[in-house]
Each structure stands twice: as C-alpha cells, then as structure tokens.
Design a protein around this ligand. Structure first.
Ligand code: HMG
Ligand code: MG
Length: 298
C-alpha cells in the first residue's frame, strides 16, 4: 500500500546552492525560483537568513525573497538560525521559517557555533516570535543517521531533539541524513522507534544521496506512511559544515519514481526539466541526478 499523494519540498535554492562553489547571480536565483513555482510545487525553500560569512552563497537572501513572484498556493520558506534571521524573514514576509539544529553536538557546534543545549533556548525564542508573527515553523534535525565527526548517532538522541522541537510548537520536523549514510534497514528500524513517540503526519524525511541510497530510503519511509520529502532539483546540495556531504535526493528522480508508481506530486515533469536545464546552464556543469544525465544524452 502506497500513498496517493506525496508532498515534495524543494530545497534546491537553499540546500542546493549553499554548497556550490560559484555564487549564482541574484537574478538567476529569482528566475530559477520563478520557474520552480511554475512547475507545480506547493513548497519551495528559497534561501537562508544566516551569517553571510558562514554561507556567502546565500548572502542575497533578502533580495531574493523580495524579488521572486509569489504564486498563490505555494509556500515560500527560508532557514533562520536565530532572532536576527527571523527578523529578516519577517521583513521580507516569507510564509514559513525553518529552524535547524543537529542531533550530534560536534556538527551542531561546527554549523551554528553552539552546543545542543545552548541551541534550544535560542530556537524556542525564534519559534515563539515566529508564531506571534503568524508564521508556521519547520524544524530540521540534522545528522540523524550519522555525524561526520562523531559517527553513529543514537536513535533516542534524535527522538529527544525532535520532541524538544515539537514541544516548542514547530509544525513539522524534517529528519535529515545530512551526509547520506542511511540505509533502508536503518530507516525502517529508526522510523519504527520514532513513530512510537513522534507524530508521523508531522514528520518529513530529508535524504542526501551521497551513497546512492536516497530513493531506497524514500521507499521504506513511504511504507511507514511518511508522505513529505525534501529534495533538490538535479541532485544539487550539501552542507558546507559537514565533511563529505553531497547532493540531496534529486527531485527529478523522485518525481520520476513516484509518478510511475501512480503517486501524485502536483509537479509537471516537462516544466521540471526546463527548470533543471536552466540551473544546469547557470552552474555550467552536468547535474548529478539520473534524469539530468538522461536528458543530456537525448
Ligand atoms: P556566531 O558567530 O556564533 O553568531 O554565528 P553571534 O550570535 O555570536 O553573532 C556574531 C555576528 O553575527 C554578529 O555581528 C551578529 O549580528 C551576526 P557583529 O555584531 O559581530 O557585527 N549574526 C548574523 N548576521 C546575519 N544573519 C544572522 C546572524 N546571526 C548573527 N542570522 C550563526 C552563529 C548561527 C549566525 C552562524 O553559525 C551561521 O550563520 N551558521 C549558518 C550555518 C548554515 O547555514 N549551515 C547550513 C544549513 S544547515 C544544513 O545544511 C542541514 C540541512 O540541510 C538538513 C540536513 O541536511 O541535515 C538543513
Ligand atoms: Mg541538507
């Protein structure tokens, strides 16, 4: 039994571009996001309001957020690490803010310069303020399947971080395999545990395809009734503060699989191709997804 519909959250403009060596011109980002809006997504993560020294690729987040065309029915979201980021998100009126932290202390420190315990009060304040501003809030939990610095991460540790985020009032938690080390059996075992204490309909999965396991991990997640997945068009992506992190699950590969399984996404494959082609030309390199490779051979 498979679901009829899956919600794909496009993270390419954020997770994808934050890991690219070249800084994509702001006009191209806007044009790309507009193409994505036309392709039928209902959710696009457009950028991050983080420190420009930490992620220079996304230093134009304010400009991007204020220049894109907002298509009705599409939720435009952005990452915020703290109050300062939230202020920018509110100023530019994004629909949803995403807070983020890791399940492992070392990655959390390398990524946001705080321990896990120090992070909770910061995020709690962000969630409170965001709610007062009428924004929905998503929480990311990174390194949930393994940390580039600490190795294995305990299933219970991830449960604890997710529970704390839900306790603050986040609307959804996205569980991240930041460095793409998860395998399907592990996803099965961990989801079996997480389901016992976390609301399955408020969980999303965020896979990276570093070792080619992302689609297999999606299949197992679908069998656990997960119906929201993060993906980046063309398989762009990665966290610059996680050694070895590479491309996200590719939206185009995910859409191909789901549509042929009779699972709807709302996304138009032809328009998705056009959007993939556009960013491929901007980045001037072949994108890693299978669909982009096929297209380049046609
Ligand atoms: P910090 O240096 O500890 O910050 O960095 P601070 O609070 O001590 O402030 C220092 C200075 O930064 C101050 O300026 C602040 O105003 C400024 P000064 O007074 O010195 O002139 N500052 C800011 N400026 C702009 N925007 C802000 C902001 N906050 C403070 N929001 C900080 C802490 C969190 C800011 C920094 O570590 C940071 O920006 N980190 C971002 C790292 C990041 O974006 N990583 C990638 C995203 S996570 C990911 O990819 C994983 C995910 O995809 C899921 C998965 O795959 O698992 C989500
Ligand atoms: Mg990621």
């Amino acid at each position: 039994h498979w679901p009829d519909h899956v919600m794909i959250k496009e993270v390419g403009p954020r997770d994808g571009l934050q890991n690219e060596k070249i800084e994509v011109p702001f006009e191209d980002k806007v044009a790309w996001i507009n193409l994505l809006s036309e392709a039928g997504y209902s959710y696009i993560e457009i950028s991050s309001f983080v420190h420009p020294k930490w992620i220079p690729q996304l230093k134009d987040a304010r400009q991007v957020a204020s220049s894109i065309e907002r298509k009705p029915g599409v939720t435009y979201a952005a990452l915020v690490p703290n109050r300062k980021g939230l202020e920018a998100a509110v100023d530019t009126d994004v629909d949803e803010v995403s807070i983020f932290m890791s399940a492992s202390d070392t990655h959390n420190k390398k990524n946001i310069n705080k321990s896990i315990e120090e992070t909770f009060p910061v995020l709690e304040e962000v969630v409170k303020e965001a709610k007062l501003e009428g924004k929905s809030v998503r929480g990311y939990v990174s390194t949930a399947f393994g940390c580039p610095y600490e190795g294995d991460v305990a299933t219970d540790q991830v449960t604890m971080v997710c529970e704390r985020l839900f306790g603050m009032g986040v609307d959804e938690v996205s569980i991240g395999d930041t460095i793409g080390v998860a395998n399907p059996m592990q996803v099965d075992q961990k989801l079996t545990e997480w389901k016992k204490s976390l609301p399955i309909d408020q969980l999303a999965m965020h896979f990276h395809n570093t070792r080619g396991m992302a689609l297999a991990n999606v299949l197992v997640s679908l069998q656990h009734n997960i119906t929201t997945f993060d993906a980046a068009l063309g398989g762009l992506g990665g966290c610059p503060y996680a050694k070895g992190a590479s491309g996200n699950l590719a939206t185009d590969d995910l859409v191909y699989m789901l549509h042929r399984m009779g699972i709807e996404t709302g996304i138009d494959e032809q328009k998705l191709k056009e959007a993939g082609n556009f960013i491929q030309n901007v980045l001037n390199k072949t994108l890693p997804s299978h669909q982009m490779q096929v297209m380049n051979k046609e």
